[in-house]
Design a binder for this molecule. Structure first.
Ligand code: HEC
Ligand code: HEC
Length: 334
C-alpha cells in the first residue's frame, strides 16, 4: 500500500517536473507584440550632437556596447571606441549575454533595423527580434521622445563597422528566470514626457536622469541577485556586484572581489553626505574612476555637464534620508 502511494506521488512529481521543463524550454524566448513608437530619427546636426552627449555621457551606451575587455577600459577613459558590441557579459548561473553592434552596419548592426524597432527596444525593452531584454540594464522606458530621437539619430550617424555579435546563451536557470521574473519582461506602462526637462540644475531634471537615463536607481538599490527585484529602499545602496574575472585580472585585481553600491540618500554618514557642497560633488565626478573594478560608469558620468551633475545632487538631496550602513565597498565571499 505505502509502496503504491509512494509510486503515485513520485510519478506525479516527475510529471510536474517534466511539465515545468517543457514549459520553460518553450516559453523562454517568447516573442512579444508591442507597438512601435511613432518616432523617426533625424539628420539635423543639433539633434545628433545632443545624441552624442547622451550616448557617451549620462545614458552611457558607450560603457557596454564595445567588443572586448580592453575596449571597456579604453571607452571608460574616453577613447573614441566604435560601438560595435560583442564583449561577453557573464551573468553568473544565468548565462552569458553580449551588447549589440550599435553602428549602422547593414548586416550585423542597427542598419538592419527600422527606427520603430530601435525605439521599441528602448521604450518597451523588446529587442528587434521580438524577445524581451533586461529592462533594468537599459532603463530608458520613460526617456523623453526628444532624447530617444537624439540617441537613435546619433547612432545612425556613426561609421558602420562589420562585427557579428554572439547570440545570448541562457542556461536552464537563466531561461527559468526569464519566464518567471517580472524584471525580465517587457515594459508595458511607460509614461514618457514628450520633452526632457531642460538641462538645468533642477530636482525635476535630476530625477529624470537618475531614474531613466543614468540609472543611479538601478545600482544604488539593494536587489535580489538572481531576479534584480528591489529588496531594499531606493537609492539606499546595498546591491552586490559579482566579480567580472577577466576585467579584474586585466586591471590587476583579485578575480574574486565583489563590489557593493553605497547609500546615496542624504543621511549622515552616507556616500552622498561626504560631499558637503555641489562643487565637491562635481569635482568627484570629474575625477572619474577611483576603484578600477567598480561597475559604476564613472567615465561617461565624468563627461556630464555641470548642470546635469548639479541636478543629480539636488534630486538626491530631495530624497527621504534612509539609515543604512554600507559595509565594505569591495569584499570577498566565503
Ligand atoms: C549595462 C550595459 C548596457 C548599457 C548601458 C546599454 N546597453 Fe544596450 N545592450 C546591452 C546588452 C547586454 C544587450 C543584449 C541584451 C540581450 O541580449 O537581451 C543590449 C542590446 C541592445 C539593443 C538590441 C539590439 C539587438 O540587435 O538585439 C539595442 C538597440 C541597444 N542595446 C541599445 C542601447 C542604447 C541606445 C544604449 C544607450 C542609450 C544602451 N543600449 C545602453 C548592454 C547595455
Ligand atoms: C552600474 C552600477 C552603478 C551605477 C549605474 C551607478 N553607480 Fe554609483 N556606485 C556603484 C558602486 C558599485 C559603487 C562603489 C564603488 C565605487 O565607489 O566606484 C558606487 C559608488 C558611488 C558613489 C561613492 C563614490 C565615492 O568615491 O565615495 C557615489 C557618490 C555614487 N556612486 C553616485 C552615483 C550616482 C549619482 C549615479 C547616477 C548618476 C550612480 N552612482 C550610478 C554602482 C553604480
Amino acid at each position: 500500500m505505502i509502496k503504491r502511494i509512494l509510486l503515485i506521488v513520485l510519478s506525479a512529481l516527475l510529471l510536474i517536473i517534466a511539465g515545468f521543463v517543457i514549459y520553460i524550454s518553450t516559453a523562454w524566448d517568447k516573442k512579444y507584440e508591442l507597438p512601435y513608437p511613432d518616432l523617426t530619427a533625424s539628420t539635423d546636426s543639433a539633434v545628433i550632437e545632443r545624441g552624442r552627449y547622451l550616448v557617451h555621457g549620462p545614458a552611457h551606451c558607450s560603457s557596454c556596447h564595445v567588443s572586448s575587455i580592453k575596449e571597456l577600459v579604453l571607452s571608460d577613459q574616453g577613447a573614441n571606441v566604435p560601438l560595435k558590441g560583442g564583449v561577453l557579459f557573464p551573468m553568473g548561473p544565468l548565462g552569458v549575454i553580449s551588447p549589440a553592434n550599435l553602428t549602422p552596419d547593414e548586416t550585423t548592426g542597427i542598419g538592419r533595423y527600422t527606427d520603430g524597432q530601435l525605439f521599441r527596444m528602448m521604450r518597451h525593452a523588446v529587442k528587434p527580434d521580438g524577445t524581451a531584454t533586461i529592462s533594468l540594464m537599459m532603463p530608458f522606458w520613460n526617456m523623453a521622445d526628444d532624447d530617444l530621437v537624439a540617441i537613435v539619430s546619433y547612432l545612425r550617424s556613426m561609421d558602420p563597422v562589420f562585427n557579428e555579435v554572439p547570440a545570448p546563451k541562457w542556461t536552464f536557470m537563466g531561461k527559468a528566470v526569464r519566464v518567471m521574473a517580472p524584471t525580465f519582461k517587457p515594459v508595458y506602462d511607460a509614461e514618457p514626457p514628450d520633452m526632457a526637462p531642460p538641462m538645468e540644475p533642477t530636482v525635476e531634471r535630476g530625477e529624470y536622469l537618475a531614474r531613466y537615463v543614468t540609472n543611479c536607481v538601478g545600482c544604488h538599490t539593494e536587489r535580489d541577485p538572481m531576479t534584480f527585484e528591489a529588496t531594499g529602499p531606493e537609492f539606499a545602496g546595498g546591491m552586490e556586484f559579482e566579480p567580472y574575472p577577466e576585467l579584474h585580472v586585466e586591471l590587476g585585481y583579485d578575480a574574486d572581489l565583489w563590489t557593493r553600491s553605497p547609500n546615496i540618500t542624504p543621511h549622515p554618514g552616507s556616500a552622498l553626505s561626504r560631499f558637503p557642497t555641489v562643487e565637491d560633488w562635481i569635482s568627484r565626478f570629474r575625477n572619474g574612476r577611483v576603484i578600477m573594478i567598480s561597475p559604476m560608469d564613472w567615465g561617461p558620468f565624468s563627461r556630464m555637464s555641470d548642470q546635469d551633475l548639479e541636478a543629480l545632487y539636488l534630486y538626491l538631496h530631495s530624497l527621504a534620508p534612509v539609515a543604512r550602513e554600507d559595509g565594505l565597498v569591495m569584499f570577498k565571499k566565503e
